[in-house]
Design a binder for this molecule. Sequence first.
Ligand code: ZN
Ligand code: ZN
Length: 182
Amino acid sequence: MAWETIYRCDRCKTEQRVHTGEYRFYQVAWQDKTIELFDRVSCSVQAGWCRRCCRLRTIEEIPDLNLLQMMRSELAEKGFVAGELDLVTRPLAWIDDRIRWRRERFSPAKCFACGSIEVESAARSDQEKILHAGCGGLFRAFDSDHFVPSMAYLVPSEGPPGESFIRLTTRLWQFIDRRNFV
Ligand SMILES: [Zn+2]
Ligand SMILES: [Zn+2]
């Protein structure tokens, strides 16, 4: 299930909604097209400020390579200690694919609405505060009980595309914003 979080700026009181928790998977050239959706390389997201959209957006979160490698070693060791390597074969293959994708990933995190890399995510240590650029206030989540149906998306391995989609997605978001706030 995905959810919608409402953020409010503590300075100007602007409220904005962000959707997270939807399923996104990268389309990776070396993965077989017939591979099951949940065996694909998953794409993590977080709320953040997009300087091009000038609003809070769902932003790509690119995992740290060292962290992925650590997760892999811990999982392999657990399987080895428990004598159940068979049980960890699939999760290991999944992490291996994620590590391979991460090594090949060139561009930084992007905005899912416009593809821009001019994004500022919340600090990892404090996910609940996002700087309201141009205002100086901080957006804080104050309501996140709005569950929305989960959707699954396939995303290019270098992240959501930019330029050619901007006009369409900006118009779409303007339409959604009008419906939400008027
Ligand atoms: Zn503000
Ligand atoms: Zn954007």
